[in-house]
Design a protein around this ligand. Sequence first.
Ligand code: FAD
Length: 451
Amino acid sequence: MIMEERIKQLNEKNAMESRPFVVYWMQSSQRAEYNHALEYAIRQANRLEKPLVVYFGITDGFPEANERHYAFMLEGLKETKNALEQRGIQLLIRKISPEKGALEMTESAAQLVVDRGYLRIERQWRAALAEDAECAVVQVESNVIVPVELASPKEEYSAATLRSKLKKVLPDCLAPLEETICKHPSIDLELPYEAYDILDVAASLDGLDIDRSVLRVSDYIGGTGEAKQWLEEFIENKLAGYSERKNRPGESFTSNLSPYLHFGQISPLYVYRRLMGMDSESQQSFLEELVVRRELAVNFVYYNEQYDSYAAVPDWAKKTLDKHLADERGYLYLLEELEAAKTHDDYWNAAQLEMNLTGKMHGYMRMYWAKKILEWSSTPEEAYRKAIYLNNKYLLDGRDPNGFAGVSWCFGKHDRPWGERAIFGNVRFMNDKGLKRKFDMQLYMDQVAER
Ligand code: FAD
Protein backbone atom coordinates (compact mmCIF):
# COMPACT_ATOMS: atom_id res chain seq x y z
CA MET A 1 0.00 0.00 0.00
CA ILE A 2 1.18 3.50 -0.81
CA MET A 3 -0.35 5.91 1.71
CA GLU A 4 -2.99 8.05 0.08
CA GLU A 5 -1.43 11.28 1.33
CA ARG A 6 1.43 10.69 -1.11
CA ILE A 7 -0.95 10.58 -4.08
CA LYS A 8 -2.72 13.56 -5.62
CA GLN A 9 -4.53 13.79 -8.93
CA LEU A 10 -3.59 17.15 -10.45
CA ASN A 11 -6.50 17.47 -12.92
CA GLU A 12 -10.01 16.17 -13.28
CA LYS A 13 -9.46 14.08 -16.39
CA ASN A 14 -9.99 10.33 -16.61
CA ALA A 15 -7.65 7.55 -17.61
CA MET A 16 -8.00 7.03 -21.39
CA GLU A 17 -8.24 3.29 -21.68
CA SER A 18 -7.92 3.11 -25.47
CA ARG A 19 -4.39 4.56 -25.30
CA PRO A 20 -1.43 2.14 -25.63
CA PHE A 21 0.61 2.73 -22.46
CA VAL A 22 0.92 4.48 -19.11
CA VAL A 23 3.69 7.07 -18.67
CA TYR A 24 5.71 7.89 -15.59
CA TRP A 25 7.35 11.29 -16.06
CA MET A 26 10.47 10.93 -13.93
CA GLN A 27 11.78 14.32 -12.86
CA SER A 28 12.70 14.65 -9.19
CA SER A 29 12.91 10.98 -8.10
CA GLN A 30 15.63 9.78 -10.48
CA ARG A 31 15.82 6.19 -9.27
CA ALA A 32 14.49 2.74 -10.11
CA GLU A 33 14.00 1.61 -6.52
CA TYR A 34 12.20 2.86 -3.44
CA ASN A 35 10.32 5.25 -5.69
CA HIS A 36 6.63 5.55 -4.81
CA ALA A 37 5.81 7.27 -8.11
CA LEU A 38 7.35 4.44 -10.10
CA GLU A 39 5.63 1.68 -8.11
CA TYR A 40 2.31 3.52 -8.30
CA ALA A 41 2.71 3.88 -12.09
CA ILE A 42 3.51 0.15 -12.46
CA ARG A 43 0.38 -0.73 -10.48
CA GLN A 44 -1.76 1.58 -12.63
CA ALA A 45 -0.29 0.11 -15.82
CA ASN A 46 -0.94 -3.45 -14.57
CA ARG A 47 -4.50 -2.52 -13.61
CA LEU A 48 -5.12 -1.11 -17.09
CA GLU A 49 -3.32 -4.14 -18.65
CA LYS A 50 -0.80 -1.87 -20.39
CA PRO A 51 2.97 -1.43 -20.45
CA LEU A 52 4.61 1.40 -18.55
CA VAL A 53 7.01 3.81 -20.26
CA VAL A 54 9.21 5.97 -18.09
CA TYR A 55 10.06 9.32 -19.66
CA PHE A 56 12.77 11.82 -18.67
CA GLY A 57 13.24 15.19 -20.41
CA ILE A 58 16.67 16.81 -20.43
CA THR A 59 16.65 20.54 -20.96
CA ASP A 60 19.81 22.54 -21.66
CA GLY A 61 18.31 25.38 -19.70
CA PHE A 62 17.55 24.18 -16.16
CA PRO A 63 18.07 27.29 -13.99
CA GLU A 64 21.60 27.56 -12.58
CA ALA A 65 22.63 24.06 -13.71
CA ASN A 66 26.10 23.59 -15.23
CA GLU A 67 28.35 20.77 -16.43
CA ARG A 68 29.08 19.62 -12.86
CA HIS A 69 25.38 19.10 -12.14
CA TYR A 70 24.54 17.60 -15.53
CA ALA A 71 27.39 15.07 -15.33
CA PHE A 72 26.25 13.85 -11.91
CA MET A 73 22.66 13.61 -13.12
CA LEU A 74 23.57 11.72 -16.30
CA GLU A 75 25.73 9.25 -14.35
CA GLY A 76 22.69 8.53 -12.19
CA LEU A 77 20.28 8.29 -15.11
CA LYS A 78 22.50 5.81 -16.91
CA GLU A 79 22.29 3.47 -13.93
CA THR A 80 18.55 4.07 -13.55
CA LYS A 81 17.98 3.23 -17.21
CA ASN A 82 19.77 -0.11 -16.79
CA ALA A 83 17.94 -0.88 -13.56
CA LEU A 84 14.56 -0.15 -15.14
CA GLU A 85 15.41 -2.39 -18.08
CA GLN A 86 16.11 -5.20 -15.63
CA ARG A 87 12.51 -4.72 -14.54
CA GLY A 88 11.22 -4.81 -18.13
CA ILE A 89 10.63 -1.06 -18.30
CA GLN A 90 11.86 1.30 -20.99
CA LEU A 91 13.33 4.65 -19.93
CA LEU A 92 12.90 7.09 -22.80
CA ILE A 93 15.23 10.04 -22.40
CA ARG A 94 14.50 12.97 -24.67
CA LYS A 95 16.37 16.21 -25.21
CA ILE A 96 13.48 18.56 -24.72
CA SER A 97 12.09 20.88 -22.07
CA PRO A 98 10.74 18.30 -19.58
CA GLU A 99 7.18 19.58 -19.31
CA LYS A 100 6.83 19.99 -23.10
CA GLY A 101 8.01 16.44 -23.64
CA ALA A 102 5.62 15.23 -20.94
CA LEU A 103 2.72 16.98 -22.65
CA GLU A 104 3.60 15.28 -25.95
CA MET A 105 3.71 11.94 -24.14
CA THR A 106 0.18 12.50 -22.82
CA GLU A 107 -1.06 12.43 -26.43
CA SER A 108 -0.58 8.66 -26.38
CA ALA A 109 -0.75 7.98 -22.63
CA ALA A 110 -3.69 6.37 -20.88
CA GLN A 111 -2.53 8.12 -17.74
CA LEU A 112 0.52 10.09 -16.66
CA VAL A 113 2.14 9.73 -13.25
CA VAL A 114 4.71 12.27 -12.07
CA ASP A 115 6.85 12.53 -8.94
CA ARG A 116 6.75 15.64 -6.76
CA GLY A 117 9.13 18.62 -6.73
CA TYR A 118 8.89 21.64 -4.46
CA LEU A 119 10.80 24.39 -6.23
CA ARG A 120 8.87 26.98 -8.26
CA ILE A 121 9.85 25.68 -11.68
CA GLU A 122 9.01 22.08 -10.77
CA ARG A 123 5.58 23.10 -9.53
CA GLN A 124 4.89 25.30 -12.55
CA TRP A 125 5.80 22.46 -14.91
CA ARG A 126 3.37 20.08 -13.23
CA ALA A 127 0.55 22.62 -13.02
CA ALA A 128 0.86 23.54 -16.72
CA LEU A 129 0.93 19.89 -17.73
CA ALA A 130 -2.11 18.99 -15.63
CA GLU A 131 -4.09 21.77 -17.25
CA ASP A 132 -3.16 20.95 -20.84
CA ALA A 133 -3.08 17.13 -20.72
CA GLU A 134 -6.02 15.17 -22.11
CA CYS A 135 -5.55 12.30 -19.69
CA ALA A 136 -5.39 12.03 -15.91
CA VAL A 137 -2.18 13.39 -14.35
CA VAL A 138 -1.38 11.94 -10.92
CA GLN A 139 1.44 13.18 -8.70
CA VAL A 140 3.09 10.82 -6.22
CA GLU A 141 5.34 12.18 -3.47
CA SER A 142 8.45 10.12 -2.81
CA ASN A 143 11.34 12.45 -1.93
CA VAL A 144 10.22 13.13 1.63
CA ILE A 145 9.43 10.79 4.47
CA VAL A 146 6.34 12.73 5.58
CA PRO A 147 4.26 14.25 2.74
CA VAL A 148 4.64 18.02 2.96
CA GLU A 149 0.97 18.87 3.56
CA LEU A 150 0.54 16.05 6.04
CA ALA A 151 3.51 17.33 8.04
CA SER A 152 1.97 20.77 8.34
CA PRO A 153 -0.67 22.89 6.58
CA LYS A 154 1.43 26.05 6.87
CA GLU A 155 4.90 27.53 6.91
CA GLU A 156 6.59 26.51 10.16
CA TYR A 157 8.40 28.95 12.37
CA SER A 158 11.29 26.72 13.39
CA ALA A 159 12.60 23.18 13.64
CA ALA A 160 10.96 22.92 17.07
CA THR A 161 7.48 23.67 15.77
CA LEU A 162 7.81 21.23 12.86
CA ARG A 163 9.45 18.53 15.00
CA SER A 164 6.43 18.16 17.26
CA LYS A 165 4.10 17.86 14.25
CA LEU A 166 6.31 15.34 12.49
CA LYS A 167 6.48 13.21 15.60
CA LYS A 168 2.72 12.62 15.50
CA VAL A 169 2.56 11.40 11.90
CA LEU A 170 6.00 9.90 11.31
CA PRO A 171 5.10 6.31 12.34
CA ASP A 172 2.37 6.26 9.68
CA CYS A 173 4.86 7.19 6.96
CA LEU A 174 7.49 4.53 7.47
CA ALA A 175 5.92 1.58 5.68
CA PRO A 176 8.33 -0.28 3.40
CA LEU A 177 7.73 0.07 -0.31
CA GLU A 178 7.17 -3.25 -2.04
CA GLU A 179 8.25 -3.66 -5.66
CA THR A 180 5.55 -4.68 -8.12
CA ILE A 181 6.35 -6.85 -11.13
CA CYS A 182 5.49 -5.19 -14.42
CA LYS A 183 2.98 -7.43 -16.22
CA HIS A 184 3.57 -5.94 -19.68
CA PRO A 185 7.21 -5.12 -20.50
CA SER A 186 7.86 -1.98 -22.54
CA ILE A 187 11.52 -2.48 -23.45
CA ASP A 188 10.84 -3.37 -27.07
CA LEU A 189 8.03 -0.90 -27.56
CA GLU A 190 8.64 1.34 -30.60
CA LEU A 191 7.95 4.92 -29.63
CA PRO A 192 7.52 7.80 -32.06
CA TYR A 193 10.05 10.02 -30.28
CA GLU A 194 13.76 10.51 -30.73
CA ALA A 195 15.68 9.17 -27.74
CA TYR A 196 18.74 10.97 -26.36
CA ASP A 197 21.53 8.46 -25.87
CA ILE A 198 23.21 8.76 -22.47
CA LEU A 199 25.13 5.50 -22.33
CA ASP A 200 28.35 7.41 -22.94
CA VAL A 201 28.05 10.16 -20.34
CA ALA A 202 30.90 12.28 -21.75
CA ALA A 203 29.43 12.18 -25.26
CA SER A 204 25.94 13.01 -24.03
CA LEU A 205 27.36 15.93 -22.02
CA ASP A 206 29.04 17.17 -25.19
CA GLY A 207 25.71 17.12 -26.94
CA LEU A 208 24.17 19.59 -24.53
CA ASP A 209 24.38 23.35 -24.87
CA ILE A 210 25.10 24.01 -21.20
CA ASP A 211 27.18 26.30 -18.98
CA ARG A 212 30.64 24.70 -18.88
CA SER A 213 32.25 27.11 -16.43
CA VAL A 214 32.08 24.62 -13.54
CA LEU A 215 33.73 21.32 -14.27
CA ARG A 216 32.66 17.78 -13.51
CA VAL A 217 34.14 16.33 -10.29
CA SER A 218 35.30 12.82 -9.51
CA ASP A 219 34.80 12.98 -5.72
CA TYR A 220 31.12 12.11 -6.07
CA ILE A 221 29.84 9.94 -8.89
CA GLY A 222 26.11 10.00 -9.53
CA GLY A 223 23.87 6.97 -9.12
CA THR A 224 21.80 4.92 -6.71
CA GLY A 225 24.57 2.31 -6.33
CA GLU A 226 27.08 5.00 -5.33
CA ALA A 227 24.55 6.50 -2.90
CA LYS A 228 24.00 3.12 -1.27
CA GLN A 229 27.75 2.61 -0.98
CA TRP A 230 28.13 5.97 0.79
CA LEU A 231 25.28 4.97 3.09
CA GLU A 232 26.78 1.60 3.97
CA GLU A 233 30.21 3.15 4.51
CA PHE A 234 28.57 5.71 6.79
CA ILE A 235 26.74 3.09 8.84
CA GLU A 236 29.83 0.92 9.09
CA ASN A 237 32.50 3.49 9.87
CA LYS A 238 31.01 6.84 10.82
CA LEU A 239 27.58 6.57 12.38
CA ALA A 240 28.86 5.70 15.86
CA GLY A 241 30.87 8.94 15.96
CA TYR A 242 28.32 11.11 14.12
CA SER A 243 26.80 13.11 16.98
CA GLU A 244 30.18 13.91 18.51
CA ARG A 245 32.21 14.48 15.36
CA LYS A 246 29.86 15.57 12.56
CA ASN A 247 30.65 19.25 13.11
CA ARG A 248 34.44 18.88 12.94
CA PRO A 249 35.51 20.30 9.59
CA GLY A 250 38.78 18.36 9.41
CA GLU A 251 37.05 15.01 9.91
CA SER A 252 34.68 13.28 7.58
CA PHE A 253 31.91 11.96 9.79
CA THR A 254 28.83 12.79 7.75
CA SER A 255 27.08 10.62 5.18
CA ASN A 256 27.77 12.65 1.99
CA LEU A 257 24.28 11.72 0.85
CA SER A 258 23.10 15.26 0.06
CA PRO A 259 23.92 15.25 -3.70
CA TYR A 260 22.13 11.90 -4.05
CA LEU A 261 19.11 13.08 -2.10
CA HIS A 262 19.06 16.26 -4.17
CA PHE A 263 18.80 14.38 -7.48
CA GLY A 264 16.41 11.81 -6.02
CA GLN A 265 18.97 9.05 -6.62
CA ILE A 266 18.29 7.65 -3.15
CA SER A 267 15.07 7.65 -1.17
CA PRO A 268 15.10 9.30 2.27
CA LEU A 269 12.64 6.62 3.39
CA TYR A 270 15.10 3.92 2.34
CA VAL A 271 17.85 5.68 4.30
CA TYR A 272 15.60 6.04 7.34
CA ARG A 273 14.56 2.40 7.25
CA ARG A 274 18.19 1.29 6.91
CA LEU A 275 18.90 2.97 10.25
CA MET A 276 15.80 1.70 12.05
CA GLY A 277 16.51 -0.30 15.17
CA MET A 278 19.98 1.20 15.66
CA ASP A 279 18.89 3.12 18.67
CA SER A 280 21.71 5.47 19.68
CA GLU A 281 22.39 9.14 20.20
CA SER A 282 24.11 9.26 16.81
CA GLN A 283 21.20 7.62 15.02
CA GLN A 284 18.85 10.18 16.60
CA SER A 285 21.16 13.00 15.64
CA PHE A 286 21.37 11.81 12.02
CA LEU A 287 17.61 11.34 11.71
CA GLU A 288 17.10 14.83 13.10
CA GLU A 289 19.03 16.16 10.08
CA LEU A 290 17.50 13.78 7.55
CA VAL A 291 13.92 14.23 8.68
CA VAL A 292 13.40 17.42 10.72
CA ARG A 293 15.97 19.76 9.13
CA ARG A 294 15.54 18.47 5.60
CA GLU A 295 11.76 18.49 5.72
CA LEU A 296 11.73 21.92 7.38
CA ALA A 297 13.50 23.12 4.24
CA VAL A 298 10.80 21.50 2.09
CA ASN A 299 8.12 23.12 4.26
CA PHE A 300 9.87 26.48 3.75
CA VAL A 301 10.09 26.41 -0.05
CA TYR A 302 6.62 24.92 -0.39
CA TYR A 303 4.78 27.48 1.72
CA ASN A 304 6.96 30.57 1.27
CA GLU A 305 6.71 31.91 -2.27
CA GLN A 306 9.74 34.14 -1.70
CA TYR A 307 11.97 31.26 -0.59
CA ASP A 308 14.74 32.22 -3.00
CA SER A 309 15.09 35.86 -2.03
CA TYR A 310 16.06 37.96 0.95
CA ALA A 311 12.36 38.81 1.31
CA ALA A 312 11.86 35.41 2.99
CA VAL A 313 14.05 36.41 5.94
CA PRO A 314 11.86 37.08 9.02
CA ASP A 315 10.92 40.67 9.89
CA TRP A 316 12.82 40.72 13.20
CA ALA A 317 16.03 39.81 11.37
CA LYS A 318 15.51 42.34 8.58
CA LYS A 319 14.82 45.06 11.14
CA THR A 320 17.94 44.37 13.18
CA LEU A 321 20.14 44.04 10.08
CA ASP A 322 18.73 47.35 8.77
CA LYS A 323 19.52 49.03 12.05
CA HIS A 324 23.16 48.06 11.56
CA LEU A 325 23.40 48.94 7.88
CA ALA A 326 25.69 51.89 8.55
CA ASP A 327 28.10 49.85 10.74
CA GLU A 328 31.59 49.87 9.41
CA ARG A 329 32.49 46.68 7.53
CA GLY A 330 36.12 45.70 8.05
CA TYR A 331 36.21 44.05 4.61
CA LEU A 332 34.09 44.26 1.50
CA TYR A 333 34.62 41.70 -1.24
CA LEU A 334 33.51 41.56 -4.83
CA LEU A 335 31.77 38.40 -5.98
CA GLU A 336 34.82 37.56 -8.12
CA GLU A 337 37.11 37.76 -5.08
CA LEU A 338 34.85 35.44 -3.10
CA GLU A 339 34.54 33.04 -6.00
CA ALA A 340 38.33 32.90 -6.37
CA ALA A 341 38.71 32.28 -2.59
CA LYS A 342 40.80 35.43 -2.27
CA THR A 343 39.85 36.91 1.09
CA HIS A 344 42.02 37.67 4.14
CA ASP A 345 40.44 34.71 5.99
CA ASP A 346 42.21 31.36 5.45
CA TYR A 347 39.37 29.31 6.93
CA TRP A 348 36.84 30.94 4.66
CA ASN A 349 39.09 30.53 1.61
CA ALA A 350 39.48 26.84 2.41
CA ALA A 351 35.70 26.41 2.55
CA GLN A 352 35.21 28.17 -0.78
CA LEU A 353 38.00 26.10 -2.34
CA GLU A 354 36.53 22.89 -0.99
CA MET A 355 33.28 23.76 -2.74
CA ASN A 356 34.99 24.84 -5.98
CA LEU A 357 37.12 21.71 -6.18
CA THR A 358 34.94 18.92 -4.79
CA GLY A 359 31.34 20.07 -5.35
CA LYS A 360 30.62 19.81 -1.62
CA MET A 361 31.43 21.81 1.51
CA HIS A 362 31.56 20.56 5.08
CA GLY A 363 28.21 21.28 6.80
CA TYR A 364 29.64 23.28 9.69
CA MET A 365 31.76 25.42 7.34
CA ARG A 366 28.66 26.27 5.31
CA MET A 367 27.32 28.25 8.27
CA TYR A 368 30.57 30.12 8.79
CA TRP A 369 30.92 30.70 5.05
CA ALA A 370 27.50 32.36 4.62
CA LYS A 371 27.75 34.35 7.88
CA LYS A 372 31.03 35.87 6.66
CA ILE A 373 29.51 36.82 3.30
CA LEU A 374 26.90 38.73 5.32
CA GLU A 375 29.65 40.44 7.31
CA TRP A 376 31.66 41.37 4.20
CA SER A 377 28.86 42.82 2.05
CA SER A 378 27.45 46.37 2.00
CA THR A 379 23.88 45.17 2.44
CA PRO A 380 22.26 41.91 3.56
CA GLU A 381 20.34 41.72 0.26
CA GLU A 382 23.60 41.75 -1.67
CA ALA A 383 25.09 39.16 0.69
CA TYR A 384 22.07 36.91 0.27
CA ARG A 385 22.31 37.06 -3.52
CA LYS A 386 26.03 36.28 -3.50
CA ALA A 387 25.63 33.35 -1.09
CA ILE A 388 22.80 31.77 -3.11
CA TYR A 389 24.69 32.30 -6.36
CA LEU A 390 27.87 30.57 -5.14
CA ASN A 391 25.96 27.85 -3.28
CA ASN A 392 23.96 26.90 -6.34
CA LYS A 393 26.78 27.24 -8.83
CA TYR A 394 29.39 25.04 -7.17
CA LEU A 395 27.61 22.58 -4.89
CA LEU A 396 26.36 19.30 -6.32
CA ASP A 397 23.57 19.49 -3.75
CA GLY A 398 22.84 23.14 -4.62
CA ARG A 399 19.54 24.42 -6.08
CA ASP A 400 17.82 22.38 -3.37
CA PRO A 401 15.28 23.37 -0.69
CA ASN A 402 18.09 22.75 1.84
CA GLY A 403 20.26 25.38 0.17
CA PHE A 404 17.58 28.07 0.27
CA ALA A 405 16.75 27.20 3.88
CA GLY A 406 20.44 26.94 4.86
CA VAL A 407 21.41 30.33 3.44
CA SER A 408 18.25 31.95 4.88
CA TRP A 409 19.07 30.41 8.28
CA CYS A 410 22.35 32.34 8.28
CA PHE A 411 20.25 35.51 7.95
CA GLY A 412 17.91 34.57 10.85
CA LYS A 413 15.30 32.24 9.29
CA HIS A 414 14.21 29.40 11.60
CA ASP A 415 16.53 30.87 14.26
CA ARG A 416 15.97 33.21 17.21
CA PRO A 417 17.41 36.62 18.11
CA TRP A 418 20.80 36.54 19.89
CA GLY A 419 22.80 39.23 21.72
CA GLU A 420 23.27 42.39 19.66
CA ARG A 421 26.55 43.00 17.81
CA ALA A 422 27.91 45.16 15.01
CA ILE A 423 26.68 44.43 11.47
CA PHE A 424 24.70 41.31 12.56
CA GLY A 425 22.46 43.06 15.07
CA ASN A 426 20.58 40.22 16.79
CA VAL A 427 21.27 37.68 14.06
CA ARG A 428 23.53 34.86 15.27
CA PHE A 429 27.21 35.65 14.76
CA MET A 430 30.17 33.35 14.08
CA ASN A 431 33.87 34.10 14.05
CA ASP A 432 37.18 32.46 13.27
CA LYS A 433 38.17 32.39 16.95
CA GLY A 434 35.24 30.07 17.60
CA LEU A 435 36.39 27.73 14.84
CA LYS A 436 39.96 27.75 16.14
CA ARG A 437 38.85 27.11 19.71
CA LYS A 438 36.58 24.19 18.86
CA PHE A 439 38.31 22.41 15.98
CA ASP A 440 41.63 21.44 14.48
CA MET A 441 41.32 23.92 11.62
CA GLN A 442 44.80 23.21 10.32
CA LEU A 443 43.66 19.68 9.57
CA TYR A 444 40.78 21.05 7.49
CA MET A 445 43.00 23.49 5.60
CA ASP A 446 45.61 20.83 4.92
CA GLN A 447 42.97 18.53 3.51
CA VAL A 448 41.68 21.19 1.15
CA ALA A 449 45.23 22.16 0.18
CA GLU A 450 45.96 18.55 -0.78
CA ARG A 451 43.29 18.73 -3.45
P1 FAD B 1 24.70 14.55 6.88
O1 FAD B 1 25.13 15.21 8.14
O2 FAD B 1 25.15 13.20 6.63
O3 FAD B 1 23.10 14.64 6.89
C1 FAD B 1 22.26 13.70 6.19
C2 FAD B 1 21.25 14.46 5.40
O4 FAD B 1 20.44 15.27 6.25
C3 FAD B 1 21.87 15.43 4.40
O5 FAD B 1 22.26 14.80 3.22
C4 FAD B 1 20.76 16.43 4.21
O6 FAD B 1 19.80 15.98 3.29
C5 FAD B 1 20.13 16.50 5.60
N1 FAD B 1 20.72 17.62 6.33
C6 FAD B 1 21.85 17.65 7.05
N2 FAD B 1 22.05 18.88 7.59
C7 FAD B 1 21.01 19.63 7.18
C8 FAD B 1 20.64 20.99 7.40
N3 FAD B 1 21.35 21.81 8.16
N4 FAD B 1 19.51 21.44 6.83
C9 FAD B 1 18.75 20.61 6.08
N5 FAD B 1 19.05 19.33 5.83
C10 FAD B 1 20.17 18.85 6.39
N6 FAD B 1 22.11 21.15 1.96
C11 FAD B 1 21.86 20.75 0.70
O7 FAD B 1 21.43 19.61 0.51
N7 FAD B 1 22.01 21.60 -0.36
C12 FAD B 1 22.49 22.87 -0.21
O8 FAD B 1 22.63 23.62 -1.19
C13 FAD B 1 22.80 23.30 1.10
N8 FAD B 1 23.30 24.55 1.33
C14 FAD B 1 23.51 24.98 2.60
C15 FAD B 1 23.96 26.30 2.79
C16 FAD B 1 24.17 26.78 4.07
C17 FAD B 1 24.65 28.20 4.25
C18 FAD B 1 23.93 25.93 5.19
C19 FAD B 1 24.14 26.45 6.58
C20 FAD B 1 23.50 24.63 5.00
C21 FAD B 1 23.28 24.14 3.71
N9 FAD B 1 22.85 22.81 3.48
C22 FAD B 1 22.58 22.41 2.20
C23 FAD B 1 22.51 21.90 4.60
C24 FAD B 1 23.66 20.96 5.07
O9 FAD B 1 24.83 21.70 5.31
C25 FAD B 1 23.95 19.85 4.06
O10 FAD B 1 22.75 19.18 3.75
C26 FAD B 1 24.94 18.82 4.62
O11 FAD B 1 26.16 19.46 4.92
C27 FAD B 1 25.12 17.72 3.58
O12 FAD B 1 26.15 16.84 3.92
P2 FAD B 1 25.83 15.31 4.31
O13 FAD B 1 24.90 14.71 3.34
O14 FAD B 1 27.16 14.67 4.49
O15 FAD B 1 25.09 15.55 5.70
